[in-house]
Design a protein around this ligand. Sequence first.
Ligand code: ADP
Ligand code: MG
Length: 291
Amino acid sequence: ATPTAVMVATGKGAENGLLLRRGAALESLARTDTVVLDKTGTLTLGRPQVTDQIGATGSDDDVLTLMAAVESHSEHPLADAVVAAARERGLAWPTATGFEAVSGYGVHARVDDRYVHIGAAHYMEWLGVDTTAVQTEVEALMQAAKTPVYAAVDGQLLGVVAIADPPRPESAAVIAALRAQGLRVAMVTGDQAATAHALADRLGIDEVMAGVLPDAKAREVQRLQGEGRRVAFVGDGINDAPALARADVGIAIGTGTDVAIEAGDAVLMRADLNGLLNAVALARRTHRTMK
Ligand code: ADP
Ligand code: MG
């Protein structure tokens, strides 16, 4: 490897909005055969919004009020969407106590004298909450790539809100281009399988790892490496940091969390996945120069 070639590439990278944090990043990227991307905030805009509501036993406003009481204590992007929706409707919510987050599942707290649990289908299942009443409607929402968030009160389903987080406008084209260059593309997410597959279908991704618990993304990367694949991981969240570090090359979205940026070998300074395409092209050119 000639240092001059690397320095020239680093300059070019900077021009294209790519910050190289480790010298070997470009060479690793040139050798990559598999690109694994996080879903929320990486392939999507990461600005989730409540779009639909299904009431099981509560009115829409009652459901949102109780959910906001609990979610106002959470920092999860889904929680922000719930609170914003409640605010938009001019709802006021009571104070929740004893708030706890169950990573990868959901959250719970006490509101007045009621126990409120909010989260994914697998959280409701684990709690023993019957969700069959809303099953058909929820499935239709997931087919539209929306994430259902369930709310239960004292063990009974209260209602469901659906949250949409649209893909970045460039996601589909970037994935097509990566594949055209012979790269395998996969998506990893903590979100439920049906929602993840619906989005992946739209984006032209056929390899999906869904329902992945926060600390398990790195294990998925390791599993692929065990199959002899050289993995680039692209992510933005705290959850992504171990996978970014574990991958042969970790690429963080520059507008993501500091923890992710620290863990990355390279950083896309603009939240635009075209930067990833440019990085691959630059890496391949530089690597050819260095041989
Ligand atoms: P991701 O952010 O990639 O979906 P997480 O591990 O943070 O992954 O969460 C996994 C799932 O757990 C979410 O998709 C959601 O269904 C549920 N969940 C986690 N935290 C919350 C919360 N505060 N409110 C509602 N649902 C939550
Ligand atoms: Mg993310």
